[in-house]
Design a protein around this ligand. Structure first.
Ligand SMILES: [Zn+2]
Length: 74
């Protein structure tokens, strides 16, 4: 069993295919955040995005509540 260097597939610097980085989440990571240009951008889906504004947080909560009650108007 050898644990040699793996191809750099998993840490390409600017991958344009990026899913939510929350473990177990398979949503598309459409929400990116980077504290500075020198830091690689991290990506999350809207639900797991940790830098939401208060308004965005409330919007999400309302959406989740609505779908829990099962009265989402199509
Ligand atoms: Zn997610």
């Amino acid at each position: 069993m050898s644990d040699t260097d793996k191809p750099a597939l998993t840490n390409a610097p600017q991958m344009y295919v990026h899913y939510c980085e929350e473990e177990g989440c398979t949503e598309w990571g459409g929400w990116g955040n980077s504290p500075s240009p020198a830091v690689q951008t991290r990506w999350w889906c809207f639900e797991h995005f940790p830098h939401k504004s208060h308004e965005q947080e409330q919007m999400l909560r309302r959406k989740l509540e609505a779908s829990e009650r099962g009265n989402v108007v199509q």
